[in-house]
Design a protein around this ligand. Structure first.
Ligand code: 2AL
Length: 260
């Protein structure tokens, strides 16, 4: 099985870090294909970064070899439902995967994330995924995403401290890591905290394997049906859905070249 792990930010070193977490849990027959977005922000730390990251994710789904499942490797799950519209293959977001995984092993969790300004994004996801009864609190650390991989940064200590507060003050029974760039911290934190620490990248890979293994695909009868064909203008004209969906952009370009 091929799972394409898409990093919606453009920092290739973060994709590699996520790839290590993914391959550490992937089943022997699973091929993890890594993709770093080719357009957008170096790190995703707000609504604007998120909105503009979606085109890069769409490119990674529509171009190149098709995968059996896709993982969106950013904790805001940017463009998750749009991504589900354009392919029948399952698309899993790391935030939804992490939160669902947490509910299987604990009745409560807290999310520990990066900048304070991203807190509301996680809080909205908690509501969207119906996790209000499980998520005790979203805790921001004010650690910028790219500081997570800076040598000598105090990110690790700050995150550990915030997790300890979550256990003490929120009475959380598990920790959900609120950034893909924290994937390498899960086992370290678990060792220090003595509670389950869930990295969404690993969780999403295992859920993707499960959904594909059950032979399930995204429903195409309602809002996740392929986008309606219509003209798009301006900078986005090449993203116009055609009646050829779910063909890849590359295939449809070839088809038009042949018929035209
Ligand atoms: C993220 C993430 O997972 N990757 C990124 O660039 N920004 N999310 C976050 N809350 O910081």
């Amino acid at each position: 099985m091929r799972i394409k792990l898409i990093n919606p930010n453009t920092t290739a070193s973060m994709t590699e870090l996520m790839g290590e977490a993914a391959r550490a849990v992937a089943a022997p027959g699973t091929d993890i294909v890594l993709a770093t977005s080719r357009s957008g922000a170096a790190s995703i730390e707000g609504h604007y970064d998120e909105a503009l990251s979606v085109l890069g994710t769409i490119d990674e789904i529509l171009e190149g070899n098709a995968a059996d499942a896709y993982v969106i490797g950013c904790f805001g799950d940017p463009g998750l439902l749009a991504a589900r519209e354009i392919t029948g293959a399952p698309v899993i977001g790391i935030a939804e995967a992490a939160m669902h995984a947490a509910t299987f092993i604990a009745t409560s969790f807290s999310i520990v994330t990066t900048l304070e300004r991203t807190r509301v994004i996680s809080e909205q996801l908690v509501r969207n995924y119906g996790m209000q009864d499980h998520c005790r609190r979203v805790r921001a650390t004010d650690v910028p995403v790219l500081d997570l991989e800076k040598p000598g940064s105090s990110a690790r200590a700050i995150i550990l401290d915030e997790c300890e507060k979550a256990l003490r003050e929120d009475r959380a029974e598990a920790i959900v890591l609120g950034c893909a760039g924290m994937a390498d911290l899960a086992k370290y934190l678990e060792g220090r905290l003595g509670v389950p620490v869930i990295d969404g990248v690993a969780a999403a890979v295992k859920f993707a394997e499960a959904i594909v293994g059950m032979g399930l695909r995204t429903s195409k009868v309602g809002d996740l049906a392929y986008p309606l064909p219509k003209p798009y203008v301006g900078k986005l004209s090449s993203y116009a859905p055609t009646e050829l969906f779910p063909m890849t952009k590359r295939q449809s370009a070839e088809r038009f070249a042949i018929s035209g």
